[in-house]
Design a protein around this ligand. Structure first.
Ligand code: AMP
Ligand code: GLY
Length: 428
């Protein structure tokens, strides 16, 4: 049962969504269908958000302009899509002027900003994760590599690196080279034990009073079919992910979510926002944490929000104002799948500025979220990024959702573009 919070009135609320990708388009869609929301603003937004929200040409890194905008439009909630503004203290600045922010303060955004910090928090909270070494210019790199011999080496930079900070390799010289270059640029680097298993993403909406686990999903990070090719921001995802069985789910809650929530809600300012728990699930079903992000995943957001039956504004506003203990979220018993259409050359060097045509009309069960799109001076929709758009569909089964999403993406024309044709393959 989902109880409306007494403080929320009719459709008189104004929301600001920060960011400009597929995730933010999905957030604008969900928020604009809330019975509480009168107006959605997005900064900077994209071609898709412009149809639902007022776009503002303010970069997600221009914090003072974002705060000014939130004041000017009298936002009752700011929802922050990407991690960088949170790591730069956007939530702290909004809190200082009394505007609720969905997204944690800077000190807690460090869970994503620094992998070493995340490891230290997991150690304090007793949360299972891979063993690791911290290496710096004085370390014996060969002996550290020997410690994890016999399995691929996992090397992680300790900075926000936009998805390019991790190398997993069985080639010792490649691991060594990445360790050395990371120490040179960052002063230190993590060398982590390789975890066997299947990955899944658990998004947990939290505040100081409680937490709500959203249905678990699975992303496809490699560029090409069969999980081949370079790592990307994500080429498609589906939800729920059956690898998270009821048993794995309850182990995740008991061994990861509850201890993290206990730790985060004991901090001077509690965690208000969504904690993205990247899980590795081995055959014995005992999950451990691969990474934390302090925001919705992209494209996980596109397939998770549509499964929330409760009013999304209520949920996010409750989290931003410590109201989750009063909140029971409801979910649809259905499946969602999304496929990313990427520009030619993505991820290495995407070609932008090409016309996009043939976009199918949205339906109740299938629609498009724009990511890297814009309108040129003649009003033609063009590509403006590596991940151009995501086609999302719902279905009573995952294969119906997949059929619908692929029917959409196949209709779209963008010269040189590519997409994976096997999204959901582990579950289908
Ligand atoms: P991260 O940015 O930490 O999520 O790492 C990016 C990707 O590298 C993950 O999604 C995994 O596929 C892989 N990875 C990271 N850490 C490990 C690990 N300890 N064992 C196996 N694979 C890993
Ligand atoms: N899809 C992975 C991420 O958002 O980090």
């Amino acid at each position: 049962m989902c109880r409306s919070r007494p403080l929320l009135g009719m459709a008189d609320r104004t929301v600001l969504v920060v960011g400009g990708g597929g995730r933010e388009h999905a957030l604008c869609m969900a928020l604009s269908s809330s019975s509480h929301v009168e107006a959605v603003h997005c900064a900077p937004g994209n071609g898709g958000t412009s149809e639902l929200a007022t776009n503002h040409a303010i970069s997600a890194s221009d914090l003072s302009s974002l705060v000014e905008l939130a004041k000017r439009i009298d936002a009752s909630l700011v929802v922050v899509g990407p991690e960088a503004p949170l790591c730069d203290a956007l939530a702290d600045k909004l809190s200082a002027i009394g505007i609720p922010c969905f997204g944690p303060v800077q000190a807690l955004a460090e869970l994503e900003g620094s992998k070493l910090h995340a490891k230290n928090v997991m150690r304090i909270a007793g949360v299972p994760t891979a063993d690791f070494h911290v290496l710096d210019a004085n370390s014996d790199i060969q002996s550290a590599l020997d410690d994890f011999q016999g399995q691929p080496w996992v090397v992680k930079r300790d900075v926000l690196a936009g998805g390019k900070g991790v190398v997993v390799t069985s080639d010792r010289s490649e691991a060594q080279a990445f360790i050395e270059s990371s120490i040179q640029s960052d002063g230190k680097v993590l060398l982590e034990a390789f975890l066997q298993g299947e990955e899944a993403s658990m998004l947990v909406v939290m505040d100081g009073s409680g937490f709500v686990c959203l249905p678990p999903s699975q992303d496809h990070k490699r560029a090409y079919n069969g999980d081949e090719g370079p790592n990307t921001g994500g080429m498609g995802a589906y939800c729920p992910a059956p690898v998270v069985t009821p048993d794995v789910h309850s182990r995740t809650v008991e061994t990861i979510v509850k201890p993290m929530h206990a730790y985060l809600s004991s901090q001077p300012v509690p965690y208000r926002g969504v904690l993205y728990v990247g899980l590795m699930i081995p055959e014995n079903g005992a999950p451990s944490v691969v990474e934390f992000n302090v925001r919705f995943g992209d494209p996980e957001c596109q397939i998770t929000l549509p499964l929330i039956k409760s009013d999304v504004y209520e949920l996010l506003h409750a989290s931003a104002t410590d109201g989750l203990s009063d909140y029971d979220a409801e979910f649809h018993d259905t499946h969602a799948l999304t496929v990313v259409l990427a520009s030619e050359g993505y991820p290495a060097s995407p070609i932008k500025g090409r016309a996009i045509t043939g976009l199918p009309m949205p339906m109740n069960t299938a629609w498009i979220n724009h990511a890297g799109t814009a309108f040129d001076e003649e009003g033609t929709l063009i590509s403006s990024g590596g991940r151009v758009l995501t086609c999302t569909a719902l279905g009573l089964t995952l294969s119906i959702a997949a059929e619908r999403a692929y029917a959409m993406i196949e209709a779209i024309e963008l010269e040189g573009s590519h997409f994976r044709t096997d999204i959901g393959h582990r579950a289908l």
